[in-house]
Design a binder for this molecule. Structure first.
Ligand SMILES: Cc1ncc(COP(=O)(O)O)c(C=O)c1O
Length: 404
């Protein structure tokens, strides 16, 4: 008799595909059925990586930079990251001991969680938030504990009361994302100081994902929580990536910065899954962080134009209010007055208007009643997508008014 074939470990049942991946499956189906669908869903910049960065990679390859990398990160990249953190964030980290190169923020976050969590530890997670944080928390033995954000005055905010209400003695870390996907909030220094006091009072670790830091609007600027005090720096793991800032999503490169003990623990974890980003990719990343920064300003200006187009395109739809993002390239649209679930609205938009957005509930219960619209892509995609979204929402709005 042949024994039963082995099945995947139980641990894999804890893991979930992201909302974007699940919706992509629906979009593929619609496309396979011959429908032409416009997507305003993904967080994938449509810019090409700036040429000087590509050239640095090509040069590294020509120079034979193809051997195993230093597992902490190539010295050149660690030095460039430390210099960037000092220059732009007012933070001092020792490139020898306090920086770790990672394959994107994804690896930085997973590595931090694996290094930080014991079985059953809770991670306080603002709600709504990037849904791909859930699975790595569970994989590390942790339990996500949502902290409902408050939507008031056209902005999502996270108050101390909500943090205190969510806290339990099992809480080990707070995972923060500023600028905050999907809400578009950029935490102010004041807000961060309040959150920092909570983190210190409760003896927590702060994992700070700052991947959208370069994309802020108007006079708003990103503040890195660790820069607020020595006490907070001592308990923060800063995670960053080149994916969004330099349109390098496919290069898979980022870095973490933290006190030596955390970086040592994270390095041990990282070595079990990876040996770090490819050596020639690290050379390109060092060039990105240390080279000319005009490309970043140009992309930011273009995102600002797209943001204005989204806000203009969704104006004056009864029961619909687009929230002006302070940072990042997503706009949340408040559709609570339409009286339908956000997933239902998303599906109707796909079916009736052939446009794809993400329902806010995918990012947590506190995201219900909103839709996330991406303007990571511009040009024709954004123009056509917005027109469809406008028409689709107008139709739903008229329908819901007629019914009430
Ligand atoms: C908040 C946030 N963190 C991390 C990531 C993943 O970043 P990376 O490409 O650096 O792995 C994303 C990607 O969309 C994101 O939105």
């Amino acid at each position: 008799m042949v024994a039963r074939a082995p099945e995947a470990a139980r641990r894999t049942a804890l893991l979930k595909a992201t909302a974007v991946n699940s919706i992509l499956a629906e979009v593929r189906q619609a496309r396979a059925a011959g429908r032409e669908v416009v997507s305003l869903m993904r967080g994938e910049p449509d810019f090409r990586t700036p040429p000087h960065i590509v050239e640095a990679c090509a040069r590294a390859l020509r120079e034979g930079r193809t051997a195993y990398p230093d597992n902490r990160g190539e010295p050149r990249l660690r030095a460039a990251a430390a210099a960037k953190l000092a220059r732009e964030n007012g933070l001092r980290y020792d490139p020898e001991t306090e920086i770790l190169a990672t394959t994107g923020a994804t690896m930085g976050i997973a590595t931090a969680l694996q290094a930080a969590l014991d079985e059953g530890d809770e991670v306080l997670l603002p709600d709504p938030i990037y849904d791909a944080y859930q699975s790595p928390i569970r994989l590390a033995g942790g339990v996500p504990r949502p902290v409902p954000a408050r939507l008031a005055g056209g902005r999502f905010a996270l108050g101390r009361e909500a943090l205190e209400a969510a806290w339990t003695p099992r809480a080990r870390a707070l995972l923060l994302n500023t600028p905050w996907n999907p809400t578009g909030t950029v935490f102010t220094a004041e807000e961060l100081a309040g959150i920092g006091t909570f983190v210190e009072d409760r003896g927590l670790l702060l994992i700070s994902d700052e991947i959208y830091e370069a994309i802020t609007y108007g006079a708003l600027r990103h503040v890195s929580p660790a820069s607020l005090s020595e006490g907070l720096r001592a308990r923060t793991i800063l995670v960053n990536s080149l994916s969004k800032t330099y349109a390098m999503t496919g290069w898979r490169v980022g870095y973490a910065a933290a006190p030596k003990a955390w970086i040592d623990a994270m390095l041990l974890v990282l070595q079990q899954f990876s040996r770090g980003p490819a050596t020639f990719v690290q050379d390109a990343a060092a060039e990105a962080l240390g080279g000319p920064q005009e490309c970043v300003a140009e992309m930011r200006a273009e995102y600002a134009r797209r943001r204005d187009a989204v806000l203009a395109g969704l104006r004056e739809i009864p029961g619909v209010r687009a929230l002006a993002p302070e940072g990042g390239f997503f706009a949340m649209v408040d559709v609570r007055e339409l009286g339908l679930g956000s997933d239902q609205i998303r599906r109707r938009l796909l079916e009736e208007a052939s446009v794809v957005v993400v329902h806010g509930a995918a990012y947590g219960a506190a995201g219900e009643g909103t839709l996330r619209v991406s303007f990571a892509s511009g040009g024709e995609t954004l123009a056509r997508g917005l027109e469809r979204l406008r028409q689709g929402l107008l139709a739903i709005s008229e329908g819901s008014r007629a019914a009430s």
